[in-house]
Ligand binder design. Structure first.
Ligand code: 3HC
Ligand code: NAI
Length: 698
């Protein structure tokens, strides 16, 4: 057959295997080859049944996303699926790995589906801003009923083989894909089982009134759950169509809707995020270096971050030695770790035996000498240069030759830290996000003297921990926090100029963030920003605008949720927070002090300013080579700061909004504050050339 399709015969059984590594995506050559192989075997009289498989790690994980946006090429997937279903010999698909999207849609069209016990089955098209486009919305409900099918498609989350069997999605779970599929097929042939075509099944969709009620209710719930997203609602439309039309009409409606969604900014942004996320680990250092050994880890500090990093490492199977400054602090650190694992046991996520096994890899001590043989140490002590320098001096003495010294600092200069050691080539920044055992972003900060294999080890650690790594160079706040400070300032300016914190939060929530900046400050704790502002006060450019309101709140001890008050009031454990008239009074007084007459900001204006501040700083971050490419900024903001994924990240958003529009917004705001709103050279250059950020991603 073709390079992408392998066809062999096992007696009276034809076995067609799709070979398109790494995930057997259904590219045009695969589709052509598959249709040819099906036609050939269908005609062959000596063949009684056909098995469809994927080679390597998986059955196809979906359509080839790289083809999206290009002119469609025949044969399309619905045609192949219809053809499979029409064959008068049993077609059995033997699933394994990640049977997703178009891959699962092929399976739905087959007459029988059997799956290896480790298979994951799903229709994740929503995570690309799309709906299943090859019959999925019409066939899946016929096999498992409308409510389960809608939940599976709207969440995009895969299910395991056991659940698929329970739901009726597959016919059998097997232990061995080759032997199991042949045995299953031999039995079928011997028993002369009657073929069932999924499209003809109506036993689970014959209660139109009940189904209609279910669809309306789920649509309503998904509107809230997947706020502003088009695809989950469109899936509901396809299910409504299914109730009132033939299979063919339903499938045509689905296909038309799929192509409409493919043209939307939402889908383009989701697809951008998909590739951006995979691109972020492609960095120059990895081309010339391999990771060093990474079998053991030390973590200094058992506070918020140290305990989270410890858990992330233990969960990745890496033995950890935690070091604290004294026994009391060590006990607290151990408690921090145990609290999380106790909760995992309570929630049934881990068994006591599993946690015991994890603890057997967890060493705790106040003695730095215990780190002499570990491969890497991550420091997570107080954010004070002197404290960190002391720790690094000790580490320099005790750590073995070739051991890696990493800092989890949020802002401090890692070049300066590296310079006080005798081995700057072994020093790197690993900036985790809180809670470090949950948040997937890891900024890998590359100081000027670090060795390439140390950088490669940082990326390897990210892989072990299933984190999304982004390479950053050294500057105050690296990629994420540096940009955050800028749009945080913008939010403060708007507050001082006339908007309430609550209006700003509502606007940013409407844009798609899970919460606004003031809710976020309250959640993170106002004291953290306050400490940083005090640290920077001596070197702050006094020509820059400075808003004192947050300091005023901190002076009152209002640090946010943890103290019950911040920009919001959190009375009696109310975590959502209420608007606080006393905060508005403080703001009013500050405005009066500066002689400011409050301005009214529309929601649109708030969003324009907030995003312009973010994009402008992000452009400088790329221009100064702090980030390797605009898409790395997008990944940082998506995974660390809650930027709505359906907008793809700030750089992708800027491209869709139009860089010339961003520039004209900046120029308008610049008239009020020339220093803060100075447009980035990168934006000016790109607009002059008629280019966009995307042009810098390749
Ligand atoms: N099309 C094209 N390339 C794909 C792809 C796809 N569907 N899925 C993965 N790839 C590429 C990745 O870009 C990556 O390329 P790179 O090595 O050049 O960076 C490579 O395959 C390996 O992918 P991962 O690094 O993600 O591998 P993992 O093993 O970590 O994950 C996976 C495997 C779970 C299958 C994951 O790749 C994934 O989720 N893929 C997308 C699945 C998906 O969304 N399918 C639906 C597609 S839309 C569809 O089918 C429409 C249909 O209804 C008509
Ligand atoms: P924390 O105050 O919760 O914990 C710091 C811990 O370090 C304390 O348990 C303390 O006893 C210990 N410690 C202090 N000096 C020590 C020494 N000399 N030897 C051993 N242990 C010592 O602080 P947190 O929040 O965990 O922050 C730690 C680092 O992580 C800081 O650099 C911070 O900027 C950074 N970070 C914090 C984030 C957050 O959201 N909290 C997010 C990302 C980074």
């Amino acid at each position: 057959m073709t390079e992408k399709i392998n066809l062999v015969y096992h007696g009276n059984i034809a076995i067609i295997t799709i070979c398109n590594p790494p995930v057997n995506a259904l590219s045009v050559e695969v589709r052509k080859g598959l249709l040819d192989a099906l036609k050939k075997t269908e005609k062959k009289e000596s063949i009684d049944a056909i098995i469809l498989k994927g080679s390597g790690k998986t059955f196809p994980a979906g359509a080839d996303i790289k083809e999206f946006g290009l002119p469609p090429q025949k044969p399309d997937l619905p045609t192949i699926n219809d053809y499979i279903e029409s064959i008068n010999k049993p077609v059995i698909c033997a699933l394994h790995g990640n049977t997703l999207g178009g891959g699962l849609e092929i399976a739905l069209a087959c007459h029988y589906r059997i799956a290896h016990y480790k298979t994951k089955l799903g229709l994740p098209e929503v995570s690309l801003g799309l709906i299943p486009g090859a019959g999925g919305t019409q066939r899946l409900p016929r096999l498992i009923g409308i409510p389960e099918a809608y939940k599976m498609m709207a969440s995009g989350l895969p299910i395991n083989a056991d659940k698929a069997l329970k739901l009726g999605l597959i016919n059998k779970v097997i232990q061995d894909i080759d032997e199991g599929s042949i045995q299953f097929t031999i039995n079928l042939i011997e028993n002369k089982e009657k073929l069932t075509k999924t499209k003809d099944r109506d036993d689970l969709i014959n209660n139109v009134n009940e189904d209609k009620k279910n669809i309306i209710e789920l649509k309503y719930n998904f509107k809230k759950q997947y706020r502003n997203q088009l695809a989950p609602q469109k899936i509901g439309d396809c299910l409504e169509k299914l109730l009132h039309s033939s299979f063919e009409e339903g499938q045509n409606f689905e296909r038309k809707t799929f192509f409409e969604l493919l043209k939307t900014e939402q889908s383009k942004s989701f697809i951008h995020a998909f590739f951006a996320e995979r691109k972020s680990s492609k960095i120059p250092e990895i081309k010339s270096a391999h990771p060093r050994n990474l079998n053991t880890l030390g973590v200094i500090g058992g506070g918020t971050m140290g305990s989270g990093i410890t858990i992330a490492a233990l969960n990745a199977g890496i033995p950890v030695t935690m070091v604290e400054r004294d026994q009391n602090s060590l006990d607290k650190g151990i408690k921090n770790v145990e609290k999380i694992y106790n909760r995992d046991i309570e929630k049934g996520r881990l068994s006591s035996a599993q946690v015991e096994e994890i603890y057997s890899r967890f060493t705790k001590t106040t003695d730095f000498e215990a780190l002499s043989s570990v491969d890497m140490v991550i420091e997570a002590v107080f954010e004070e240069m002197n404290v960190k320098k002391q720790v690094f001096k000790i580490l320099d003495k005790v750590l073995k030759k070739g051991g890696i010294l990493a800092s989890n600092t949020s802002y401090l200069d890692i070049n300066e830290l590296a310079s006080i050691t005798s081995r700057p080539q072994d020093v790197i920044g690993l900036h985790f996000f809180s809670p470090a055992n949950i948040m997937r972003l890891l900024e890998i900060v590359v100081p000027s003297k670090v060795a390439n294999d140390v950088v490669a080890t940082g990326f390897y650690l990210a892989k072990l921990m299933k984190k999304i790594p982004v390479r950053a160079s050294v500057c105050d706040g690296f990629i994420g926090n540096r940009i955050l400070n800028k749009y945080g300032d913008c939010a403060y300016f708007m507050m001082e100029d006339g908007a309430t914190p609550y209006e700003i939060d509502r606007a940013i929530f409407e844009f798609g963030y899970p919460m606004g900046p003031f809710q976020m400050f309250d959640l993170a704790g106002g004291d953290i920003g306050w400490a940083m502002r005090k640290r920077l006060e001596p070197i702050r450019n006094k020509n820059n605008r400075y808003v004192h309101i947050p300091d005023k709140l901190c002076e009152k001890g209002w640090f946010g949720q943890k103290t019950g008050r911040g920009f919001y009031r959190y009375d009696k454990g109310n975590r959502k927070g209420d608007e606080d008239p006393e905060v508005l009074e403080i703001i009013k007084l500050e405005r009066q002090k500066k002689g400011l007459t409050p301005i009214k900001f529309t929601q649109e204006e708030i969003i324009k300013r907030y995003l312009a501040a973010m994009i402008n700083e992000a452009a400088d971050v790329v221009y100064e080579k702090i980030a390797l490419r605009p898409s790395d900024v997008d990944v940082t903001k998506l995974y660390g700061y809650g930027f709505p994924r359906y907008r793809g990240g700030p750089m992708r958003y800027a491209d869709s909004y139009g860089l010339n529009n961003v520039l004209s917004d900046l120029k308008r705001f610049q008239k009020e504050d020339p220093l803060f709103w100075k447009p980035s050279e990168l934006i000016i250059n790109l607009v002059q050339k008629g280019d966009n950020f995307e042009s810098l991603n390749s």
